[in-house]
Design a protein. Structure first.
Length: 440
């Protein structure tokens, strides 16, 4: 089997060790000759990388490993770029969440004004990586799961139309894992699903087992009472996520014929979200206090002891999806996967230029979207509004336009008025001086 070279862009991320472990667990189907890390924060990356170096020496000494802050060294001779960058890191995520909440508006990292702020930071970073890839390894594919995926996907579609970039999200995968549990299956790969929407903004219209039996009635019956909280939840789920999975029952009630993505709660129940949020302590604080400390603590312990057993690092569930995607491209498997792609008529009665999240068959030449057909008025109306927000954000970034960004925030379903949108925007501009282009 051919062996591949991969660069993880965002080498200092807390998700990077989980990706390395997932890549190692999948050497039988996606063999590697080299793994490289790239990050513009060398000190942060060094801790993650030195721990991963020990893991690789123990488990796969034949895989060449390096880490760098130099683009040419990172992006030369690679087949795949796995990108998960967070421009501004968690301290900026905290501002994305707290600034809208201070105005009584949903504070969330990918939805509403917080997602727009994050998008304005991410666009430049992802385009920069695309340009390095084009310069040093033009035949490579970027598997991008940098958030907010919808805005980033629209920006790459418009500003780097020739780039070989696939935009993916792990949230539907996590929800499908719960559906499988609810249906009494071992895992989500025992199901075949149909889904459509935008990133963090979609609906399942069909869930079957591999024999073609309809699983929707059983799952719907459960979701009506408990949301996506499985009968026996083996996951150690944090309180904020548990609430998200449980709230799905209220989102589901708006269209009981489908099963919803959990993120729809931010758009359909923003009042509930604001009431249940703590403006002083948001999800960003939870992540910094728990995941950030745990991963870096484990990495320090591994480095100090010189062996991987000294720390506790876990395979990330979402990382398996990245390996599936890389394998599909590398070996032309034609696997069916949910990807964010230009609509181009797949959803018949919807904007052909919208970046939609739909099932695709994936092979060496990339994704082949499957036809969805017409969608109902309710979903079409919600999606049209959200696509307009995403397009206006990219307009604002490209044109350096204050007005376009004000329009984008005003149009978000999470924001009650243009005056509130303006107040939030002015606070976000002040907070993002280092990261956004200057608006005029």
């Amino acid at each position: 089997m051919k062996k591949f070279s991969v660069v993880v862009a965002g080498g200092g991320s807390t998700f990077t060790p989980g990706i390395v472990l997932m890549l190692l667990a999948n050497q039988h189907r996606f063999p590697l000759r080299a793994i490289k890390f790239y990050d513009n924060d060398g000190a942060r990356q060094e801790t993650i990388a030195e721990a991963c170096k020990i893991i690789l020496q123990e488990q796969a000494p034949d895989i060449e490993f390096s880490y760098t802050t130099h683009p040419q060294a990172a992006f030369s001779d690679v087949d795949f770029v796995m990108a998960h960058i967070r421009v501004g890191k968690y301290p900026m995520r905290e501002k994305d969440e707290k600034i809208p909440l201070s105005h009584g508006v949903v504070g969330q990292e990918t939805c509403g004004p917080g997602g727009i702020a994050y998008g304005m930071r991410s666009i430049g970073g992802v385009l920069e990586i695309a340009d390095y890839m084009e310069k040093y390894s033009p035949n490579s594919w970027m598997l991008n799961y940098s958030n907010p995926a919808a805005i980033v996907a629209e920006a790459t579609r418009r500003l780097r139309p020739q780039a070989k970039i696939l935009n993916i999200c792990d949230m539907p995968i996590g929800i499908e894992a719960r559906m499988a549990q609810i249906a009494g299956l071992q895992d989500r790969k025992q199901m075949r699903t149909r889904y459509y929407g935008l990133n963090h903004f979609g609906w399942w219209t069909s869930v079957e087992d591999l024999a073609g039996n309809d699983l929707m009635p059983k799952i719907r019956q459960h979701v009506e009472k408990f949301g996506y909280v499985p009968p026996t939840d083996h996951h150690a789920t944090e309180a904020s996520w548990n609430d998200t999975f449980a709230k799905a029952k209220d989102v589901w009630a708006l269209d009981p014929t489908t099963l919803p993505n959990t993120y729809l709660k931010y758009y359909l129940f923003p009042d509930y979200e604001v009431q249940h949020a703590n403006p002083q302590h948001t999800r960003a604080n939870e992540v910094m206090e728990h995941r950030e400390k745990q991963v870096f603590g484990s990495c320090h312990a591994i480095i100090q002891a010189g062996k991987s057993s000294a720390g506790h690092l876990e395979i990330d569930e979402h990382a398996s999806y990245i390996v599936d995607l890389a394998t599909a491209i590398a070996f032309n498997t034609q696997e069916r996967m949910l990807l964010i792609v230009p609509n181009n008529g797949a959803i018949n009665n919807f904007d052909p230029e919208a970046m939609v999240e739909i099932p695709c068959l994936v092979g060496t030449n990339g994704p082949e979207p499957l036809v969805v057909g017409n969608i109902p008025q309710f979903q079409k109306g919600l999606m049209s509004q959200q696509v307009a927000v995403e397009k206006l954000v990219v307009d604002a970034w490209e044109q350096r336009s204050y007005l376009k960004l004000w329009q984008a925030i005003t149009l978000s379903k999470t924001v009650p008025s243009a005056s509130v949108a303006k107040a939030i925007l002015d606070d976000l501009i002040a907070a993002n001086k280092e990261y956004w282009p200057e608006l005029h």
